[in-house]
Design a protein around this ligand. Structure first.
Ligand code: ADP
Ligand code: MG
Length: 502
């Protein structure tokens, strides 16, 4: 009965802990995810909590019993012969010291083992997650080797840990064994002096054996406990980590025009602090205009829009929305005002309808379909046998790039943001789908402030302002309308002259 009770309790605790951990992880800032492998994080949610739960159950069911037994037998011993028990007690502190120091070492070792183990999980997760690339390079065996190396490292640390836990138990039982010697020696003396009956010594010895057994099982549990403590420590380390940028808190604006300004912004990614990506970057985007960012790959275009979404905070300078520093705005509210379409939109493996509705969870079915029509997506969706209920394959592999793009556009139309970011939204498409996507984008852009990042010059010629970024990284080389930049006969003109792609 008590075992099922503890079982139920353990499961509930584990489930709650998992949710808390997941919530803590997903609320972290982008810089955190730059330095953590997502598959490693998943491993923590799965295995660390598991371990914690397992030990909790064991400690409660067996630990309670072992402890009562120990207390009971000590009381019994005291009752039989106080002086003998005291003599035993004097030898206890030594035991205790050994236990503490060795225990601390074991805890460190166990923590390390956990880390190595989750790195190996991360390796496996990465291989399976990027299976397309792995296959394209026929690199299955290379990945297996990588995993094998990681798994072996994990096995080695775990073996070391198991060895030391065993040794720890050995040391404990040897010291417990020496208790019996003490009893025999000291007790024998007592009997010889006539302070004790031989029969009493016998029953005392029996009682020490009982105490020894219960102490030994307590020792096993302590080993378990140490392992679980390491797991729990890692879990709580994350649960208590405060994100650099919270998801909530700050003011919201009653109405938004959508005017953006970057003022003297300097920035380097926290994960690579010595590489300055933007330095004294200044750009004003009036409400309702379209500003195009172009420039070579790595020149910092995506970084500019990440700062606007406040995925990161600039080192110096500020980003303003309607004249308010976005640091003072509620990040959730801020992101609700911004629509973001990337080159390869990631879809969730749920129905197309759910994916479009991600833009606004309370949208009705009619609104979803209306948005799909505007996004040039309704037609191809209706051609699927299950229509809007079609489940998108993992990472959207069952859909073409253009189709995925139009689903993302439909979601953005539902979201209806004041500010829109298009990050190379059409650069991975063939001409036919580019036309359909471009048409959908043109509808989406209407009446909003738009930051468009583009490779192809054709997509940005109509922008109100074109910003050419380049070397040194993050520097604005030229700025103006297409006509102005062409007349200038500078870098933009040259690019335009040589070819279609920047
Ligand atoms: P673009 O979008 O113009 O191709 P990015 O803004 O993505 O360029 O990148 C600008 C520079 O910042 C590049 O040198 C890139 O390597 C670096 N970078 C981009 N993202 C990160 C990141 N998450 N962590 C560290 N460095 C990054
Ligand atoms: Mg980019």
């Amino acid at each position: 009965m008590h075992i099922s009770l503890v079982g139920v309790l353990g499961e509930r605790m584990a489930a709650r802990l998992r949710v808390r951990l997941y919530s803590a992880l997903i609320h972290q800032d982008m810089a955190f995810f730059d330095i953590s492998k997502s598959s490693e994080l998943v491993a923590r949610v799965a295995t660390d909590v598991q371990e914690f739960k397992h030990t909790f159950k064991q400690c409660v069911t067996q630990g309670l019993r072992a402890m009562t037994e120990v207390t009971g037998s000590v009381l019994h011993l005291l009752h039989l012969s106080p002086s003998l028990t005291l003599a035993l007690g004097i030898s206890m502190p030594a035991l205790y010291l050994i236990g503490t120091f060795y225990g601390a070492y074991l805890r460190r070792l166990s923590r390390h083992a956990k880390e190595v183990e989750s790195t190996s999980m991360g390796t496996a997760g990465e291989g399976l997650g990027n299976v397309r690339t792995v296959k394209a390079y026929a690199a299955e065996d290379r990945e297996v080797e990588l995993f094998q190396a990681a798994a072996e490292r994990a096995a080695k640390t775990n073996t070391k840990l198991a060895f030391h836990i065993g040794l720890f138990r050995g040391v404990t039982s040897t010291s417990i064994g020496s208790m019996i010697l003490i009893v025999l020696y000291y007790g024998g003396a007592q009997v010889a002096m006539g302070h004790m009956e031989p029969g009493e010594l016998m029953s005392y010895l029996m009682a020490t054996q009982a105490a020894q057994r219960s102490l030994a099982s307590l020792g096993v549990l302590v080993g378990q406990y140490i392992k679980a403590k390491a797991a729990a420590q890692r879990v709580f380390e994350f649960i208590h980590r405060t994100p650099l940028i919270p998801t909530r808190g700050g003011q919201t604006l009653p109405s938004l025009r959508g005017e953006i300004e970057f003022s003297k912004v300097a920035f380097a990614y926290p994960a690579r602090a010595d590489q300055v990506v933007l330095n004294n970057f200044n750009l004003a985007v009036p409400a309702g205009t379209v500003v195009a960012l172009c420039g070579s790959s790595g020149s910092g275009k995506t970084t500019v829009v990440s700062l606007l979404e406040r995925f990161y905070d600039p080192r110096f300078g500020k980003v303003l929305l309607d004249g308010v520093n976005i640091r003072d705005l509620d990040p959730t509210w801020l992101r609700e005002q911004i629509g973001y379409i990337a080159q390869q939109p990631a879809l969730f493996s749920s129905s197309i309808r759910e994916n479009i509705r991600y833009g606004r969870p309370d949208a009705t079915d009619e609104e979803v379909e209306e948005a799909a029509k505007l996004a040039n997506a309704h037609e191809f969706i209706s051609h699927f046998p299950s229509g809007y209920e079609t489940v998108v394959g993992e990472r959207g592999t069952a859909l073409s790039g253009g189709q995925r793009q139009r689903i993302a556009i439909a979601a953005a139309i539902l979201k209806n943001p004041r500010v829109l970011i298009l990050d190379e939204a059409t650069s991975a498409l063939d001409n036919q789908s580019e036309r359909l996507v471009q048409e959908a984008l043109d509808r989406l852009m209407k009446g909003r402030t738009v930051l468009v990042i583009a490779h192809r010059l054709t997509t940005i010629q109509n922008a109100d302002l074109i910003v050419l970024m380049g070397k040194p990284q993050g520097k604005i080389l030229e700025m103006g309308t297409h006509a102005q930049l062409m007349a200038r006969r500078g870098a933009y003109y040259k690019l335009h002259h040589v070819g279609a792609d920047i």
